[in-house]
Design a protein around this ligand. Structure first.
Ligand code: SAH
Ligand code: SF4
Ligand code: F3S
Length: 447
């Protein structure tokens, strides 16, 4: 049997796309291997959100060159956002590449592979599809052997934040019909899934502009009503589209986890405007205040960009001020990276790299201290943990997550997988916590 090796970079969209790629490959007789040297087909599902991500892809492709030289029949392909960005040119840039498929062309993979295998032709497909076809081709999967799953509710992005390449590589926003989403979640629940994360580049604008479609808040209420589903998460939110109706869901829906990823990007109004984000720091903070009012133990995480063109010390200080006020449980911090086609790439930028790096380090120090305090404050507390499976950490250990999306490892029997159990957190590390199972009657704290 032919074997494939698939590497995935980037965000949840790519994780879901890779599942779809895997399913298609298995339908045409490939089976997975985790050893690239054994593979008949190597595929990279790529991310181009920052230059670093793109360079990583180029680096990995370089690594496979000797394999291709040894075995010319090996098929090497690239999909995802770098493939979309580079298009056909990628084939001339990387002479040992056989196949380039864009973000809208995953369904064509079997046909493309056949062409490469039969005719030894180098092929590419990177055209964007129309709305109707995309709605029809939404990633669907109702079988599952896991407790948690991503469910794609929308794709693409119309926001055009000035620094961001995503709208250019993923195309326009489309929402998936709500009836189909609910049906898929029902089937997932029947197949043992207990937690769903609704995903899209900007889930808050779900349904907007589609006549008769539910709002995202209404969709959440429907998901909350699905028997068997015990937890709901969603990502990513855009602050400008975070409606009061949606915020209030955190107070109303018992299954909605008390965690929200709410990208701030910058705390300076001047920079937010240049970023085309559509909100001010004040608007953002007002939403955070409402979130904390309706759901006092909610924890927020965020994305921050340091060194956007023209960012002054004063702008940067405004970001630090918001970070200190909101006290994020975690933040993903990025150095600004100019991306092809984006509006910001044309802006003059005279801040020295060293100054940007120094700001980045200062932000990281402050955020790390806040994260550490947040996670340490859990130690001694007892929290409901949805058990996801056997931990890779040690023998007899299970792992699960608290409502705040924090991984907890603890000892327990396999029967607990898929159940919500009370766990006392005994210690806290950078990326996870250690805990012990306690008596159900002791359960207090967040749902
Ligand atoms: N749709 C999501 C995710 C976008 S990409 C959202 O809007 O939140 C994830 C993060 O990468 C962004 O939130 C942003 O912080 C960061 N990012 C995007 N483009 C970038 C760039 N050109 N340079 C640095 N960071 C960037
Ligand atoms: Fe990029 Fe902005 Fe769209 Fe997020 S909302 S994907 S940052 S353009
Ligand atoms: Fe990267 Fe594409 Fe996601 S650029 S962040 S993989 S949408």
């Amino acid at each position: 049997m032919k074997q494939y090796f698939l590497e995935t970079f980037g965000c949840q969209m790519n994780v879901v796309d890779s599942e779809r790629i895997a399913a298609l490959l298995e339908q045409i007789g490939y089976q997975p291997t985790d050893d690239a040297e054994q593979a008949d087909l190597i595929l990279l599902n790529t991310c181009s959100v920052r230059d670093k991500a793109e360079r990583k892809v180029i680096g990995h492709l370089g690594r496979y060159k000797p394999l291709k030289q040894q075995r010319p029949e090996l098929i090497l392909g690239v999909g995802g956002c770098v493939a979309q960005q580079e298009g056909e040119d990628f084939l001339s840039r990387v002479p040992h590449l056989d196949l380039v498929f864009g973000t809208h062309n995953i369904h064509r993979l079997p046909e493309m592979l056949e062409k490469v295998e039969r005719e030894r032709e180098r092929v590419h497909a990177v055209e964007f599809l129309d709305r109707e076809t995309r709605v029809r081709l939404f990633p669907k999967r109702s079988d599952s052997d896991s407790v948690t799953r991503f469910v794609t509710v929308m794709q693409g992005c119309d926001n055009f934040c000035s620094y961001c390449i995503v709208p250019y590589v993923r195309g326009r926003e489309v929402s998936r019909p709500s009836g189909e989403i609910i049906e898929e979640i029902r089937q997932l629940a029947e197949n043992g899934v207990r937690e769903v994360t609704l995903i899209g580049q900007n889930v808050n604008s779900y349904g907007l502009g589609v006549e008769g479609e539910l709002s995202f808040a209404e969709l959440l209420r429907r998901v909350n009503a699905v028997d068997g589903i015990e937890r709901i998460r969603f990502t990513t939110s855009h602050p400008k589209d975070l409606s009061d109706e949606l915020i209030d869901c955190f107070g109303e829906l018992d299954k909605l986890c008390h965690h929200l990823q709410l990208p701030l990007q910058s705390g300076s109004d001047r920079i937010l405007e240049k970023m085309n984000r559509g909100y001010t720091a004040g608007d953002y903070l007002a939403r955070v205040e409402r979130l904390k009012r309706v759901c006092p133990d909610i924890r927020l995480t965020t994305d921050l960009i340091v060194g956007f063109p023209g960012e002054t010390e004063e702008d940067f200080a405004a970001t630090l001020a918001v970070v200190e006020q909101v006290r994020y449980a975690d933040a993903y911090t990025f150095l600004y990276s100019p991306r092809p086609k984006t509006a910001a790439a044309k802006l003059p930028d005279d801040t020295p790299a060293q100054v940007k790096q120094e700001r980045f380090d200062r932000l990281l120090d402050i955020q790390n201290a806040i994260s550490e305090q947040t996670w340490q404050s859990d130690v001694g507390g007892i929290f409901p943990v949805l058990v996801e499976g056997r931990s890779r950490q040690g023998q007899g250990q299970l792992f699960g997550r608290t409502t705040w999306n924090r991984i907890v490892n603890f000892a327990g029997p396999d029967e607990l997988v898929g159940r919500i159990v009370p766990v006392r957190v005994t210690s806290s590390f950078r990326n996870s916590q250690l805990g012990e199972l306690v008596d159900r009657n002791l359960l207090r704290g967040a749902g």
